[in-house]
Design a protein around this ligand. Structure first.
Ligand code: PEP
Ligand code: MG
Length: 556
């Protein structure tokens, strides 16, 4: 997909235009901030004096001890919230780390090669990673990547870096990375990041939609971009067309700046009336709510005139932490998050992890097809404390905020029936006078076709076209290679949507996948019968403006 449209002499001094694929629209200019892998970084080749070795060894010992203490805390919290099997992963990591340190290999390497503690960690962890990968025993092979992660943790301690370096990205940066996880996007400080360039990213991946939600122009499929761009080089990113200009000339910059100004003016025009309700030309009220996760999104949602929050992805609170929260912590974080929304209703979806949304501190057993495996409600049903923590926090929050509760990744009636039982029991136990409305996500074809069986357990439905597309089109939302099959507006999706609406038995149905934020498909979606949309905060103003120009009774 990557295409060089200007010749390059030296990548950082001659203007070069590369074309990839758009992930999140918008324009951004700034300095490149290339994030490589801490462990494979090869820039610290300097040798040190023999007299410095003892000092380096003591730094290394401290970082080992800190990492071991941290792993112990992790194991205890994971055991409380999940179970001892998952906590065992951290205990195994502690044992691996202890053995490695006790082997004396680090000291030997440092004394023999006169290298820093950081260089020794890189060298030895990479060597052991390779050894583990080549082992016959499958468990050891699977541990190989864990070993790299342990090495990275040690390095962060040695380098005194925060847990997630992306948090500290400087202002006016364009982030350039090979891969992007949802947990990376969650911690990105939007004010500092003008745009993101990722070498490979699926169109429907959670990292992609979080970038859209945050309104950060993002492009992908520019092969080798991390190697071609040096940190500090000026970049222009066009997230509408998927193009990148490296080291732009003055005239190119000036033209880009002019486009940027016009784009901002268009956004400001849409925002003018964004706080008013959106009524179509024929007078139908369309509720336009926001999909949010963290504080930055709330500000964006309010700024763009959201009528409420139609989807709060609770996993984003989990991504932003080093450990799963207790009920008290979760309640406090949610309370702080929704406070600025006043009396606007908020729909909170229970943890939807697994698939392409791994939690950094939760090592679930790796399976061949994680997206078809134990994700969303399937995982919730296996960890009752995890569910009690979330319902508990939400039942406290509903006393002070209009709340709805939503269950992710439902496939069969039993999923929603069992969750409803837990919910009702907890409401009774805590004597909740008016419980929050209880809803089911419809994001698998099975659920879409089984709405008549699900509806007796719920007060409302929320249709997620991101997963519905993935499962209907048999195209992974994470795999850039099948982006052409990942067709959210395919006729088969439209048919499933109309079936859900027809079968919903009067239960309100919100559309909350990325398709709901598409201006091109808005007339069709309204004609199908949707009157409630939940979309990325940054597109709310434009969608409300578009609603006002549509006559739903007119055939498009
Ligand atoms: C969806 O699948 O459309 C959805 C809204 O959920 P998520 O994107 O978080 O999987
Ligand atoms: Mg989904």
């Amino acid at each position: 997909m990557a295409l060089v449209t200007a010749t390059v002499d030296s990548p950082s001094s001659v203007e070069t235009t590369l074309t990839g694929r758009s992930i999140a629209p918008g324009l951004g200019m700034g300095r490149a901030w290339v994030v490589g892998d801490l462990l494979t970084y090869s820039g610290d080749l300097r040798t040190i004096g023999a007299h410095e070795i003892d000092g380096e060894l003591s730094r290394l010992t401290t970082s080992f001890e800190q990492t071991l203490a941290e792993l112990q805390v992790y194991a205890e919290r994971i055991e409380a919230e999940f179970d001892s099997v998952l906590a065992g992963v951290f205990r195994a990591h502690s044992a691996m780390l202890r053995d490695l340190f006790a082997s004396g290999e680090f000291e030997k390497e440092m004394r023999a090669s006169l290298i820093t503690a950081e260089a020794a960690v890189r060298r030895i962890f990479q060597k052991w990673h390779q050894k583990f990968r080549e082992m016959e025993n499958q468990t050891f092979r699977e541990r190989a990547d864990d070993l790299l992660d342990l090495g990275r943790t040690l390095l962060r301690r040695l380098l005194n870096e925060g847990e997630v370096s992306l948090k500290t990205i400087p202002p006016n940066s364009v982030l350039v990375v090979e891969r992007l996880l949802p947990s990376d996007v969650v911690v990105l400080p939007k004010a500092n990041v003008a745009a993101v360039i990722v070498e490979s990213l699926g169109q429907g991946s959670h990292a992609a939609l979080l970038a859209r939600e945050k309104g950060i122009p993002t492009i992908t499929e520019i092969e080798g971009v991390c190697a071609r761009v040096a940190t500090g080089v000026d970049l222009l990113v066009d997230g509408f067309h998927g193009t990148l200009v490296i080291a732009p000339a003055k005239t190119t910059c000036a033209e880009f700046q002019e486009r940027l100004g016009k784009w901002h003016a268009t956004l400001a025009r849409c925002k003018g009336a964004c706080r008013d309700p959106a009524r179509s030309l024929d007078g139908q009220l369309i509720t336009v709510e926001a999909n949010i996760g963290i504080e930055d999104d709330v500000e964006l949602a309010l700024d763009n005139g959201a009528d409420g929050v139609g989807l709060l992805r609770i996993e984003q609170l989990y991504f932003a932490r080093k450990l799963p929260p207790t009920e008290d912590e979760l309640f406090a974080e949610l309370q702080q998050l929704v406070a600025p929304l006043g009396k606007r209703p908020v729909t909170v979806r229970l943890l939807d992890i697994g698939g392409d949304k791994p939690l950094p501190y939760l090592r679930l057993v790796q399976t061949a097809n994680p997206v078809l495996g134990r994700r969303g409600v399937r995982l919730l049903l296996d960890y009752s404390q995890l569910v009690r923590t979330q319902f508990g926090a939400l039942l406290r929050l509903c006393e002070e905020h209009p709340l709805r509760v939503l269950i992710p990744m439902v496939t069969v009636e039993d999923d929603i029936r069992r969750m409803r039982e837990v919910f009702d029991a907890l409401c009774a136990e805590r004597k909740i006078a008016i419980p929050p409305k209880f809803g089911s996500m419809i994001e698998t074809p099975a659920a879409a076709l089984a709405v008549p069986t699900l509806l007796k357990h719920v007060d409302f439905f929320c249709v997620g076209t991101n997963d519905l597309t993935q499962y209907t089109m048999a195209a992974s939302r994470d795999d850039a290679a099948v982006n052409d099959y990942y067709l959210e507006s395919h006729e088969s999706i439209m048919r499933l949507l109309s079936i859900v609406l027809a079968d919903a038995g009067g239960r309100p149905v919100t559309l909350c996948g990325e398709l709901a934020g598409s201006e091109a498909w808005l007339p069709k979606l309204l004609q199908l019968g949707f009157r409630s949309l939940s979309i990325a905060p940054t597109v709310i103003a434009a969608i409300k403006a578009a609603v006002r120009k549509i006559d739903i009774s007119h055939s498009y």
